[in-house]
Design a protein around this ligand. Sequence first.
Ligand code: FAS
Ligand code: PHB
Length: 389
Amino acid sequence: MKTQACIIGAGPAGLLLGHLLRAEGIECVVLERKTGDYVLGRIRAGVLEKITVDLMNRLGLDGRMKEEGLPHDGFNLADGDRLIRIDMGDLVGEQVMVYGQTELTRDLMEACDERDLAVIYEAGDVALHDIESDAPYVTYSKDGSDHRIDADMIIGCDGFHGPSRKAIPDTVGKHFERVYPFGWLGILADVPPCNHELIYANHERGFALASMRSATRSRYYIDVPLTDKVENWSDDQVWDELAIRLGPEAAAHITRGPSIEKSIAPLRSYIFAPMRHGRLMLCGDSAHIVPPTGAKGLNLAASDVYYAADALIAFFRKQDNNAIVGYSDRALARVWKSERFSWSLTKLMHRFPEDGAFERAMQVAELDYIANSRAAQISIAENYVGLPV
Ligand code: FAS
Ligand code: PHB
């Protein structure tokens, strides 16, 4: 098979990019190793920045999001009993949209047929070849046969564990990483949220986050040691811990119920540069990972896709190779700033095992500064809603 763009990975990055290219009449094929149901079964992000909402609007695929999504003007930082509200609407005139990654991916997935975006699911053994030439190709296996796709460009949207980043020679790529000494145990339950806005809490027992998917479906997190296992936590134990860490006001409004999903995700900050080598471009988690504290992971994938689509449309429509060459620097400029914000909010809202009284005093001082400084709140607000693309 020959195509213009071969996209590896049918998560949000791969599907968003595929639709944007097809909308411009650019031929593309998406290769996904799992089934569509498996992809939808992964419970991940919940907060969308403007760039992500705007891309769904540009594609005309934001109908359900407009109906079911929850626009939020603010979120809260809890330090003990004190709740510090970051009023994004007032501070920077922007909102975020609370709409699950699962639902966004579903909207993109369900539009593939009508928009002639070819996605090959259960594509095994995907391998990239000749990315430094102007005739790269991808091989994969499916239903017992081996296949080859010749493409002008390959775009790796295959997440942290995919093959694309690893196709770039070690002599070219640089890795930057911090692994955190804790993970987040997340619980999803069909109960009303305890608050109409998100609450991030830094309690002496640890971090907690109260989030949601709708007025009837809640998403909560607590941080746990890396050695912990989800089977060590009954639903009741999670609800008890959340009630303590979120503080008495929130606890009084927590509705308990059976978990429909419960899992532990490790936390890391990771960047791979460059995000392009030869005819291979990387988007999303294939190139970078952020701790979910800043709600940036999915949204960085969206801004990467925005830049990548720009470059690919210029390349295929105007034979302009400069945009392809400039992609990595343009994407990384926003990635680094979002990595900084995610790292900074993680440092502020979590208790690190190696921290002592001084580090805790710095957290208290920083939260007190934020509580009393509009300038500090504006800085947090403009990062949380998403820096300009
Ligand atoms: P994805 O990982 O979503 O998609 C990559 C796709 O490539 C997958 O479908 C995978 O099956 C496929 N793939 C992998 N290897 C392949 C191969 N060899 N061949 C073909 N296909 C292959 N972000 C937030 O903003 N908030 C959160 O709360 C949050 N929670 C998270 C929890 C967890 C457990 C994880 C892992 C991530 C979380 N994230 C969160 C980040 C997450 O939302 C990602 O940023 C987002 O999924 C990025 O999208 P993609 O880059 O498309 O990568
Ligand atoms: C979520 O709802 O899953 C969520 C929200 C905000 C975050 C992380 C996760 O920072």
